[in-house]
Design a protein around this ligand. Sequence first.
Ligand SMILES: *Cc1c(COP(=O)(O)O)cnc(C)c1O
Length: 421
Amino acid sequence: MSCKTKPLPIPADAIRAAAERYPTPFHIYDEEGIRANARRLNRAFAWSPGFRNFFAVKACPNPFIMKFLTEEGFGADCSSLPELLLAEATGIKGAAVMFTSNDTPAEEFVKARQMGAIINLDDITHIDFLRRVAGLPDRICLRYNPGPLKDGNAIIGKPEEAKYGFTRDQMLEGYRTLRDYGVKRFGLHTMVASNELDPQYFIDTAGMLFQLAVDVHRELGIVIELINLGGGIGIPYRPDQQEVDLEMVGEGIRDAHERILAGAGLPPVKLCMECGRLVTGPYGCLVTRVRHIKRTYKQYAGLDACMANLMRPALYGAYHHITVIGKEDAPCDQIYDVTGSLCENNDKFAIDRPLPALEPGDLLVIHDAGAHGHAMGFQYNGKLRSAEYLRRPDGRVTMIRRAETVQDYFATLDLERLKTF
Ligand SMILES: *Cc1c(COP(=O)(O)O)cnc(C)c1O
């Protein structure tokens, strides 16, 4: 069988050179690719003055990447205190930070207020909670969950099954309450899909939000000034998938904006998004070597990476393409389960994957690991997270996070106390 091919985000020679210099496994990202993609997103919304993507920090919480994204006009979308602190350490604050959390502890609201972040409330009870613990800012955003009014997609699921956001009635009640409390400026947010590849889905979602803004104005006289369309733009993980036509998304949303908002006599809103996956996903990969080949009831290629480096396949059954460096033209005439060393049988990067014949030492690239990859790592089973490298536009490769060591594994333990325990 001939191999399905997918272009590498970084030339094979550069990956091979990095793997000769640095121990595998590691994640490597391409700055130029990420920047070009950020510009593509900005261009799609160039018609909307002040458009901003708040990069979803959880997708790739690395301050080196967050920092150069600010040069492309991006902000940061945070949902926890450590993510807020990371944004602050990167130099991102004020209205360049969107705080979209849920089940939020008081100290996170306090920090978000102190940083001047735009707070996006997840629940109607959080209005009084925020007022009590941190005081209400004069601008606030509410997260909408359309429930049965909108179909969801696989990762987030049906909106009415999702824990996020206000119902429609609660949105109206929430804005009214906030206005009565003296809040002056209002935003509207939703995030109903994840890894969605259909451009129309985003256009329909925007249309739904514009309509809600019209309804809020009609019923309460409140003008929504900021609409956050959330993240969730998907990427083509499979070789036969197409990337989302951002231009079409931008144009479709422009039409809806014109038709619904301008049509109702409302002023233009400030549009924003919180995309993470789209921004870094395709421009990062996991570089790993085959450690052992095992043949029992199936044929296994055991790697030096495991699900602690990339757990999407184990967590969602997600497809990640694999390229074998140096065997790009070899026939894919072998079938492997490609595994890690974690003691869980779902620690597999691929199941029944046609690949060229592999041997120990072969260098593999697991594609599209630039978002929700390293970030999802954990230490279960004593597996340590790998280093992250960045390929700069001039081709230099620089470390942007070191690998964890055994000292990190022990860092939360006080072994002195064990002696007298
Ligand atoms: C996860 C998340 C995002 C980013 O999602 P992507 O699929 O990476 O674009 C944005 N906003 C919120 C609220 C999220 O939970």
